[in-house]
Design a protein around this ligand. Structure first.
Ligand code: ADP
Length: 516
């Protein structure tokens, strides 16, 4: 039994549905010569007068005369003396001086039980041959009500379908807007139906201004228009890619999702533009990194192998030669170790760990002298000048500072291929120490001055390529300086030379000393 009550939107007292029932009751009353006529609708275990009123009749379905009419789905007639009549039924009869209770079920749909009943009260008793007219009129009213009932049901399900559709539209709109990825909705004819903010920014239009327009009228980017026009309705067959932006540096992966209606007809196409530029770049960077690291590892290994093989042949070279080759092997091994150490530090930093620091008090001069000496070994055409006060003491991690200045001096030598002076100058400035490493090399363009401290950044000039390198040195250098609460920057004039400035606190930060 699915007796949907005539309630909900538009079916309360005073609604069009209620007015129709009131009119019907009035007509039935008149035509049937009745004392009263009302409609009771079934609401679960109760029969409730409709349209609803404060003092309206409410009866249980069980053990009432009207209840049996509904459950048996048969028209019934009861005399006022009938035992089955419920006290409330009898009270109503008394109020209208009625002697007879006529009940006709309202059958809506295919249910076996009625959805309610039409009640007619008569003041005169029914004889065997009378009552036919009243019954006919009541049956007509019941049929009419049943018809109305179906209309109400249809109206109701239509209203709830409409409100569900509105909810869904709202949800879809919310979803579309909440996407950070650009997304547009197209009609099957390739007209713009909707777009989110990200798509407006990407495609350079205002959706309200282009709604209903064909994609070629709305979108200025030829590649995207071509793709949208040529990709099948369902967008099947892989994920097309579009290159976008000034020099095609933005890569968009396009996903197209068809939306079908209940009959399987294409209603909309949702097109999502996924910006995969960063992924692509990361991918390219990874490939480049692997090939660069392999190259950097192979170069020292090749010379180690060559000199070791030569040394193994007992008949070659003087003792001096052999000593020189062993020194080369030793130096190349140091290069390999340094590179592997750099990689380990980077992987440590990448995984979010802090660098382990070993602070100590020491003089800066011997440390810088060592580093300059090591650089001298690499350089053939350079002169070195070191200016550092003898008594300049510092609280720092000596090994890490050695790495910092080593990197800066190695770069100073590498990037001044025509030689020239490489100067290291240290001065005390209040509570800080300032160390400058300058060269007369190729220099750095102003727009690269900050970028050189980024991971893998290399100025893509022939010099850089020729001298090799990983693009990790300055990144690490900056990390090491910052681990001392220091600062590093570069000043340079292309073609003239560069100066790298490192400023470090002379004493370890109080916070670090407390180990917090
Ligand atoms: P790399 O291993 O390539 O030397 P670095 O991180 O040490 O990596 O340096 C990044 C880039 O900065 C280098 O590729 C180079 O272009 C530039 N650079 C670093 N030091 C100097 C310098 N002293 N003079 C000119 N360019 C430099």
């Amino acid at each position: 039994m699915t007796a949907t009550p005539i309630t909900g939107a538009g079916a309360g007292a005073g609604s069009a549905a209620a007015e129709a029932v009131v009119d019907l009751a009035a007509a039935t009353l008149r035509l049937g010569g009745l004392a009263a006529c009302l409609f009771l609708r079934r609401d679960g275990k109760q029969l409730v007068e409709y349209p609803p009123r404060d003092d309206g009749l409410v009866l249980p379905v069980q053990s009432t005369f009207s209840g049996s009419c509904v459950t048996t789905a048969r028209a019934l007639v009861a005399d006022v003396d009938e035992d089955l009549l419920h006290p409330r039924e009898r009270a109503l009869m008394r109020r209208h001086d009625a002697r007879v209770w006529l009940a006709v079920p309202v059958m809506a749909g295919d249910e076996e039980e009625a959805v309610g009943l039409v009640v007619g009260l008569k003041t005169t008793p029914l004889s065997a041959d009378t009552g036919g007219r009243e019954r006919t009129v009541l049956s007509l009213a019941a049929n009419h009500l049943a018809m109305r009932w179906r209309v109400f049901e249809l109206e109701q399900s239509l209203a709830s379908a409409r409100s569900r559709a509105r909810d869904l539209e709202g949800e879809a709109e919310g979803l579309l807007q909440s996407l950070r990825t650009a997304a547009i909705v197209l009609t099957p004819e390739n007209r713009i139906d909707d777009a989110n903010r990200a798509a407006e920014l990407l495609l350079g239009f205002q959706v309200d201004a282009v709604r209903g327009r064909l994609v070629e009228e709305a979108i200025a980017h030829e590649a995207i228009v071509d793709l949208l026009r040529n990709v099948g309705a369902t967008g099947g067959g892989g994920l097309p890619e579009v290159r976008f932006g000034e020099d095609g540096n933005i890569v968009l992966e396009v996903r197209i999702a068809p939306v079908f209606d209940g009959r399987g007809e294409l209603r909309r196409r949702i097109v999502v533009f996924n910006d995969t530029t960063l992924l692509k770049q990361a991918d390219e960077l990874k490939t480049e990194f692997v090939s660069m690291i392999s190259h950097e590892l192979r170069t020292p290994l090749t010379s180690i192998k060559a000199f070791a093989s030569t040394l193994l042949r007992t008949d070659v070279g003087s003792v001096e030669d052999q000593r020189e080759w062993l020194q080369i092997i030793d130096r190349e091994c140091d290069r390999l170790t340094a590179l592997i150490n750099d990689l380990l530090v980077i992987s440590r930093l990448e995984s979010g760990q802090r660098l382990p620091m070993q602070f100590g008090q020491f003089q800066l001069q011997p440390l810088l002298e060592d580093v300059v000496e090591a650089a001298r070994g690499l350089a053939t055409q350079h002169e070195f000048r070191l200016e550092v006060p003898d008594d300049l003491r510092l609280e720092a991690d000596a090994e890490k500072l050695r790495q910092v200045f080593n990197n800066l001096l190695t770069n100073a030598v590498r990037y001044s291929p025509r030689g020239g002076e490489v100067a290291v100058q240290a001065t005390a400035e209040g509570s800080e120490v300032r160390v400058e490493v300058s060269d007369h090399g190729v220099g750095i363009r102003p727009e690269h001055l900050n970028l050189i401290f980024d991971k893998f950044f290399q100025v893509d000039g022939s010099t850089t390529r020729r001298v090799g390198g990983t693009g990790l040195g300055l990144y690490l250098t900056r990390q090491l300086v910052e681990a001392h609460d220091g600062r590093i920057w570069a000043e340079s004039e292309p073609g003239v030379g560069s100066t790298f400035v490192v400023v470090l606190p002379r004493r370890r930060h109080v916070r670090d000393r407390l180990g917090t």
